[in-house]
Design a protein around this ligand. Structure first.
Ligand SMILES: *[C@@H]1O[C@H](CO)[C@@H](O)[C@H](O)[C@H]1NC(C)=O
Ligand SMILES: *[C@@H]1O[C@H](CO)[C@@H](O)[C@H](O)[C@H]1NC(C)=O
Ligand SMILES: *[C@@H]1O[C@H](CO)[C@@H](O)[C@H](O)[C@H]1NC(C)=O
Ligand SMILES: *[C@@H]1O[C@H](CO)[C@@H](O)[C@H](O)[C@H]1NC(C)=O
Ligand SMILES: *[C@@H]1O[C@H](CO)[C@@H](O)[C@H](O)[C@H]1NC(C)=O
Ligand SMILES: *[C@@H]1O[C@H](CO)[C@@H](O)[C@H](O)[C@H]1NC(C)=O
Ligand SMILES: *[C@@H]1O[C@H](CO)[C@@H](O)[C@H](O)[C@H]1NC(C)=O
Ligand SMILES: CC(=O)N[C@H]1CO[C@H](CO)[C@@H](O)[C@@H]1O
Length: 600
């Protein structure tokens, strides 16, 4: 059985469609018609994917709900009238976010080799999966590798060997130099083919040495649009993947209120926001367009999967500035030194250049973006919305699993990402995308809303002052990073993990999702089930069972705001505490040896 993912992987290598079979884009014949469209609705190919996936998610959800321990609830009768849609969102935060997120993803995956099945099958029941920055490394590598399971990745041993990303071959300086000269050749090819390159190009290539290791030449010819021809995608067997980046004018800063949130799907790149309201076909990026029409030859091969993950995580471009340049090819050192020497370039070190700008002269929206010759994208977390929720709001899913591995205080989250997304609905950029009420950071931290899962937007009826379409606002299951079996608040810029550290982080993520294998709450699976079915129940006018009412009492934020003194960071099993008993000052596994032993 375990051979199957390997075989699929080989198939996918054959299907890589970059016309040059290399990092450089190559010319292809134009498909005719406009390559952009106004953001008036979901892309028809995506819609077709979801329509075909619906029976699969419904059946998987039926299995999950039947095993979840729901009492007085008839699963098949409910599912004969309802189709809850689930979106999974994985935040940024470097490898901390990728690894904690990996454990959280494994907890939702029925394929995971663990006796613990608390939330197993929710991945199979999900329609969408989104990632940004460190979360894009997780979502991007899994989706590009034909939806490999997390422990298959660890068992294979090819992917995710994350000794320093800047020193892939460890102490082998010669090997390292070989890697950088390959990268220089690849990026140089793109440049020679007439495309402007930026520091995100070598960054995306370096990332691919951990994330696309399974492919020829570390995925230099693997495209984000190639996902559509992978085995799992063509049989609708994976959630539809979306990466997130932000639009930014060079030399300016962005906050949640004025950012343009870009989504990068295997079909399209663009934004629903009023500042753009357009999408371009991902596959034809690199083609010079005038209001969507090709002005010359069309190109494919620009949407390299590593370049896309690099774009979503462009904050880390800066890491390249610290490379030991001795022995590196001059193409790379010249590119890097441009940013070191020139203060203006330096302030744009986090920018990924998309040149030509696909939205040039777009009449869908006459904005600064459509006037510029280059499209500048930056790390998806730079607008403070570190959990990629906006694409899920635009798709009206019923429930969002919001995995928050942000660094707000001591490299722990404090709810800021949700707060920023909440605030955005009250300005023009966020109009028409309602998001449930959340409290301030102080309340998050001191009412145990960052130490255990919390549900927001539990009652659609309470959302009438935000929108008329109250049932379109998702219920949010908030899953903040916290320690159980591992001290998982590692620095965002820690780029070097031993296998032991890596596995400790993943294990802790698993404990966060499952509430320590259900040991902290034997009804956790049932409560998650109650959250998943909630919006459809409300639409159908069905009342909650007493069990679900109790779950909502336990997990919903009830509107209380905390006014007292800050209680600090001491985590107990289920909340914050003043006791030092649980405090482990050594950043090592073994914080609580009583937890699930998943990855052996
Ligand atoms: C991934 O794809 C395989 C094969 O296509 C399928 O068996 C599996 O269920 C898929 N995983 C998910 C999470 O859908
Ligand atoms: C966004 O808002 C911030 C803060 O007001 C400002 O500094 C920045 O220039 C704005 N960016 C854009 C692109 O308008
Ligand atoms: C940079 O690498 C060279 C070998 O290529 C080595 O001799 C030198 O010590 C390194 N410099 C630093 C600062 O690590
Ligand atoms: C992790 O959290 C502990 C407790 O809050 C703190 O003392 C430590 O500095 C944090 N580590 C990092 C890397 O932020
Ligand atoms: C919804 O509103 C009711 C009535 O005001 C209140 O009792 C309840 O706590 C609210 N629910 C949530 C989840 O805020
Ligand atoms: C944890 O609690 C102990 C005992 O009250 C206290 O000394 C310590 O400062 C607390 N640590 C943090 C990070 O708040
Ligand atoms: C937070 O958790 C601690 C430790 O479990 C508990 O003592 C405290 O009552 C909790 N606070 C709230 C508001 O639930
Ligand atoms: C691996 C492990 O400890 N699994 C346990 C998870 O919890 C269930 C019951 O809640 C046990 O049956 C499993 O053995």
């Amino acid at each position: 059985m375990y051979l199957i993912p390997q075989i699929l992987l080989l198939l996918q290598v054959v299907l890589a469609t970059s016309p040059t079979n290399d990092y450089a884009p190559g010319s292809v014949s134009c498909p005719g018609g406009s390559l952009t469209r106004a953001a008036t609705g979901i892309n028809t190919q995506e819609e077709n994917y979801i329509t075909n996936r619906n029976p699969i998610t419904k059946s998987a959800l039926g299995t999950f709900l039947s095993n979840a321990g729901l009492t007085d609830f008839d699963v098949s009768s409910f599912l004969s009238q309802a189709q809850p849609s689930i979106g999974l969102a994985f935040s940024g935060g470097g490898y901390r976010a990728m690894l904690t997120g990996a454990g959280e993803l494994a907890a939702l995956d029925s394929r995971t080799w663990s006796k613990d099945k608390t939330l197993a099958g929710i991945l199979q029941a999900s329609s969408y999966i989104t990632g940004l920055s460190g979360g894009s490394w997780l979502v991007g590598s899994v989706a590009s590798n034909d939806n490999l399971s997390i422990d298959q990745i660890l068992a294979d041993g090819n992917l995710w060997n994350i000794q320093s990303i800047l020193d892939y071959y460890g102490i082998n300086v010669i090997g390292d130099t070989v890697m950088w000269s390959h990268i220089a050749d690849q990026v140089n090819d793109k440049s020679n083919a007439g495309f402007e390159t930026s520091i995100t190009d070598p960054w995306g290539r370096a990332l691919s040495y951990q994330l696309l290791t399974n492919f020829d030449d570390k995925g230099d010819a693997v495209l984000w649009s190639d996902i559509t021809s992978s085995s799992a995608f063509s049989t609708f067997q994976m959630p539809f993947p979306i990466l997130v980046a932000d639009g930014r004018a060079p030399g300016t800063s962005i906050i949640n209120l004025n950012s343009t949130v870009f989504e990068l799907t295997p079909y399209e790149l663009g934004s629903w926001d009023p500042s753009l309201k357009s999408f371009v076909q991902t596959k034809y990026l690199g083609t010079t367009l005038d209001n969507g029409q090709a002005t010359g030859q069309c190109y494919n091969g620009y949407d390299n999967a590593g370049f896309f993950m690099g774009t979503s995580s462009s904050l880390f471009n800066e890491a390249l500035l610290s490379l030991n340049q001795s022995g590196l090819p001059s193409f790379i050192t010249d590119l890097i030194n441009k940013y070191v020497v020139d203060p203006i370039e330096n302030s744009n070190v986090d920018v990924a250049d998309y040149n030509p700008n696909p939205f040039y002269k777009s009449t869908n929206q006459d904005t600064t973006i459509s006037k510029a010759s280059v499209l500048n994208l930056v790390d998806g977390g730079e607008d403070g919305q570190n959990i990629p929720i906006v694409p899920l709001l635009n798709r009206n899913v019923d429930v969002i699993f919001a995995h928050d591995n942000s660094d707000n205080i001591n490299s722990w989250p404090d709810g800021s990402s949700l707060i920023n997304t909440f605030e955005r609905q009250f300005v023009q950029q966020g109009e028409n995308v309602a998001f449930p009420y959340v409290p301030d950071q102080k309340t998050f931290r001191n009412l145990n809303l960052t130490s255990k899962p919390v549900f927001f937007g539990c009652d659609a009826q309470n959302l009438t002052s935000l929108t008329d379409d109250i049932y379109d606002v998702p219920l949010v299951i908030y899953l903040p990073n916290r320690p159980f079996t591992y001290w998982s608040n590692t620095s965002t810029f820690k780029l070097d993990y031993s296998d032991t550290e890596r596995n400790g982080m993943i294990q802790n993520g698993y404990e966060i999702s499952t509430r320590k294998n259900g040991t902290l709450d034997s009804e956790w699976a049932a409560c998650v089930g109650c959250a998943i079915i909630r919006r459809e129940q409300e639409r159908l006018g069905q009342s909650q069972t007493p069990q679900c009412q109790q779950c909502f009492t336990n997990y919903c934020w009830d509107g209380t705001i905390y006014e007292g003194a800050d209680l600090g960071d001491n985590y107990s099993d289920d909340g914050l505490t003043k006791s030092a008993t649980y405090y482990n000052s050594k950043n090592v596994a073994g914080f609580d040896d009583g937890a699930t032993n998943l990855f052996k």
